[in-house]
Ligand binder design. Structure first.
Ligand code: DGT
Ligand code: CA
Ligand code: CA
Ligand code: ZN
Length: 581
């Protein structure tokens, strides 16, 4: 049993409580407990043993009793009780866009639907024509969502796919250390969502190791497709593709299985134009002879191209750039000198300022910016003026204590209201080192309105950056309808920075818009939007997303040293004051 497993169970419990709708506070309490358990480094079992459970934030008496039972007997009594009323699998439905707890309950009560395949069947065979409490508009949105592969629940978030891949790695590492495993597919390209996991395997007894894996995965249907790919589907419906190759062919195999398909097609055309044939085995020359490649680098070289990093392999112009030698020199994780979007326990995070300072220093950062929620976001415990004053003083104290080790910038995450105004007046704003402004409501108003709100807020001298600009939630909520051409054109004038939010369900800006923004001359920051210290490492997904947007170190302001960053922020504020002040 791990903390993560327990946290997942508590989350499921919270979702079930939401669906049954009996006690919304209880549902929230279990969610909070799950987050709390995820955030602590110690093993939950040892906390139970020491009787220290209730010292954790968000864990009271009744939750702690449940956890204790789980640690001791492997069961959550409350979960067992609820399961008598409603099947646990129903939480799957919540992954589908447009389905919240209420809709899930209606689907169950009226049609007995508790899983995705029943829902699909009912929607597409006309079993559900109308439902009391679900509009026909929602029903047609559901049909659309269930037929859209990119949006659908069938994909995983990047971090989920990565964690899953680690478990597969562990399995082979533990039982079959002689077998080599390489990750390919969209996961290797760092795509925001991943459909299935693709692996290369090679080395002695690869076939045997794979059979072992299939057996271990238990309840699986495994299909051997063609001659090369072995496809395994686990009991949750997650698909794993394995391509068995050899040491000397692994370069071509990795290139093939990493894709994207569009990128591969272009490479094949290039090979073909000189009369050769590129496959997952290598290059077949005109005379039928096979040239093998043990690395991708050699293969690109043979094709007359510079090496193309996986994140760029989408046929978005990288082939031309690799021919001309104009590929970008992509940003790296180690270029990041600080995280600029972090919440503390002064608003809705579980992390204290001191925790943040400590971890940030150990991550090798030079600075971080604590951007708590501003006043108007009540649900997230937005800060009043008095609280702000106290928080800023607390930051001063931490900065003194950690002098020479890490600097905490006084930040804020402002809310952009209906008219493009923010929570505080300029006399308050000027006290902040760094202001992010984000859209948190009114997301479905029409295109011109939202666009105007953004344009207006960017003219505020103290708004340094726009946070999670499209407001999308991956697999859940689409991008808001915004005219980004206009927004970026304006941002180039106002000098407003755009965030690349690293939280795995956001990854916002998306790569396509990053590239658009860069074309207008916009600069960026990367933030995690951390609500717990355990979120700080998520920065890597922001870096990956920036790389997929072709960004270089100089495009991103949190690669700058503290002094350079402060100068840059100041310069941009002064420029805005001159123009709009
Ligand atoms: P996903 O799984 O939907 O997130 O996206 P991918 O890119 O991982 O796609 P997947 O798993 O269907 O295929 C893995 C790679 O295999 C893909 O990126 C390129 C290669 N591949 C798949 N189908 C084709 C094809 O029809 N032609 C070529 N040239 N390559 C293909
Ligand atoms: Ca895949
Ligand atoms: Ca695949
Ligand atoms: Zn936010």
């Amino acid at each position: 049993m791990t903390n993560e497993e327990l946290a997942k169970k508590l989350e499921t419990l919270s979702e079930l409580l939401e669906i049954t709708g009996e006690n919304p506070f209880k549902a929230k309490a279990y969610l909070k407990a799950a987050q709390s358990i995820r955030a602590i480094p110690e093993d939950i079992r040892s906390l139970v043993r020491k009787g220290e459970l209730e010292a954790l934030p968000g864990i009271g008496k009744s939750i702690s009793q449940q956890i204790q039972k789980y640690v001791e007997e492997g069961r959550l009594p409350l979960l067992e009780e609820i399961q008598k009323k409603i099947p646990i699998e129903i939480v799957e439905l919540l992954k589908i866009p447009h389905i919240g707890p209420k809709t899930a309950k209606i689907l169950f009560d009226q049609f007995g639907i508790s899983n995705i395949s029943d829902l699909k069947e009912a929607l597409f065979t006309g079993k559900i024509k109308e439902a009391r409490g679900i509009s026909s508009k929602t029903l047609s949105k559901l049909r659309a969502a269930l037929s859209n592969k990119e949006l659908s629940y069938e994909r995983m978030l990047l971090n989920e796919a990565e964690e899953l891949s680690y478990r597969i790695r562990e399995f082979f590492g533990k039982y079959h250390p002689e077998v080599n495993l390489m990750i390919a597919g969209s996961l290797r390209r760092g795509k925001e969502t991943v459909g299935d996991l693709d692996f290369l395997i090679f080395g002695a007894d690869s076939g045997k190791a794979l059979s072992h894996f299939i057996k271990r995965t238990g309840n699986t249907s495994s299909v051997v497709e063609g001659e090369e790919i072995t496809r395994v589907i686990d009991d949750k419906g997650v698909q794993f593709d394995f391509l068995i190759t050899t040491e000397e062919k692994k370069g071509a195999a990795l290139l093939h299985l990493t894709g994207s398909k569009e990128h591969n097609i272009r490479l094949r055309q290039i090979a073909k134009s000189s009369g050769n044939r590129l496959t997952h085995e290598g290059i077949f020359l005109k005379n039928g002879k096979l040239l093998t490649f043990s690395s991708e680098e050699e293969l690109y070289e043979f094709l007359g191209l510079h090496y193309i990093p996986p994140e760029l392999r989408e046929d978005w112009g990288e082939i031309e750039a690799a021919k001309n030698g104009t590929l970008p020199k992509l940003l790296c994780s180690k270029d990041i000198k600080g995280d600029l979007h972090i919440h503390s326990d002064w608003s809705d995070s579980s992390a204290s300022l001191e925790d943040l300072a400590y971890i940030a220093e150990h991550m090798g950062y030079e600075y971080i910016s604590v951007t708590d929620h501003a006043k108007r976001l009540m649900v997230a415990r937005g800060l009043t003026l008095e609280q702000l004053k106290a928080r800023n003083e607390a930051i001063d104290e931490i900065n003194e204590k950690y002098a020479g080790k890490i600097v905490l910038l006084k930040g804020i995450e402002l809310n952009i209201d209906k008219d493009g105004q923010v929570d505080y007046e300029e006399s308050v704003l000027k006290e902040f080192d760094f202001c992010i402004a984000s859209l948190h409501w009114g997301l479905s108003s029409d295109r011109d309105k939202i666009t105007e709100r953004l344009i207006k807020v960017m003219q505020n001298p103290y708004v340094d950056a726009i946070g999670h600009p499209t407001t999308r939630l991956l697999l859940k909520r689409p991008e808001a309808d915004i005219d980004f051409e206009r927004v970026f054109e304006e941002a180039a004038k106002t000098g407003t920075l755009f965030e690349i939010n690293s939280f795995p369900d956001r990854l916002d800006l998306p790569p396509r818009l990053i590239r658009l923004a860069k074309r207008y001359g916009v600069k960026f920051i990367i933030g995690t939007d951390s609500h717990s210290v355990s979120h700080l490492p998520l920065i890597k997904y922001g870096v990956t997303t920036a790389r997929r947007g072709w960004l270089e170190k100089s495009d991103i302001l949190n690669t700058f040293s503290l002094n350079e960053l402060k100068d840059e922020i100041k310069k941009r504020r002064i420029e805005r004051m001159k123009r709009y002040g």
